[in-house]
Design a protein around this ligand. Structure first.
Ligand code: C5P
Length: 225
């Protein structure tokens, strides 16, 4: 039954903005609050799933959820890969830094006398969602997010294919009422060979339940029959 499809299944979720260290006291990050990932964890746990939440931020942990605290992209990927073999669902809700500093300085970086600028060298981070999407097993469901300020539908459709995802949850982060740091969100669900579904502005837990319902339908179509 679709309603019970997540019961005792493992669901791995990433949440929050990654922190890419420059030195012992500084890091590069972004405006993600982790609220959407925590809401997804709660919604999946409500459906009886064993949830592994790999997050950069600490918030109250919903019942039935195991929190793995990480900071940077490489340790987030390591944690994801260690839990993935037993997982039925992977949801990439984290706002992952595309780049990280080439070097992590051992000591606090000092400004030099007279220095008026600084060129910071960055290197590409691994793409966690694409790594998981490309290696997924036939019975695993992979869900990603697309936070866009322009060409939302176009970018989301492209991401479905390029990331090997079964569903992309797209949100317009230029909308102040939704997205980053807000308690509310409004999204469009993009699923292969289906027309996009709009989920109107609502509390992130309400949106999360809709995303989990769709994820359950996708999982059912893979594991049932
Ligand atoms: O490519 P873009 O960053 O827009 O894709 C967003 C989606 O990819 C989100 O689901 C995000 O969690 C995931 N992502 C990732 N690792 C990266 C970059 C993005 O998992 N390095």
């Amino acid at each position: 039954r679709v309603d019970n499809i997540l019961k005792d299944k493992q669901v791995v979720i990433t949440a929050g903005g990654t922190q890419e260290a420059l030195d012992p006291v500084r890091y590069l990050t972004n405006r993600s609050s982790g609220k959407m990932g925590y809401a997804l964890a709660e919604a999946a746990a409500e459906r009886g799933a064993q949830v592994i939440l790999i997050a950069t931020v600490k918030r109250p942990v919903p019942y039935g959820v195991k929190l793995i605290k990480v900071s940077d992209t490489q340790s987030m990927l390591g944690a994801v890969e260690s839990y993935l073999p037993g997982a039925s669902v992977f949801i990439a809700a984290a706002a992952v830094s595309d780049f990280r500093p080439v070097q992590l300085a051992k000591n606090k970086i000092k400004k030099m006398p007279g220095q008026t600028s600084w060129q910071l060298a960055l290197t590409l981070n691994p793409d966690i969602l694409a790594t998981v999407g490309q290696a997924k097993k036939p019975q695993q469901v992979v869900v990603g997010f697309a936070a866009e300020t322009q060409n939302l539908a176009d970018n989301a459709q492209k991401k479905l294919a390029s990331k090997g995802a079964d569903m992309i949850v797209a949100n317009d982060v230029s909308d102040q009422a939704a997205g980053f740091n807000s308690n509310d969100n409004a999204v469009i669900l993009f699923i292969k060979n289906q027309s996009p579904q709009t989920v109107a502005l609502a509390d992130k837990l309400v949106i999360a339940r809709k995303i989990i319902d769709q994820t359950m339908a996708l999982l059912a179509s893979k594991v049932l029959e």
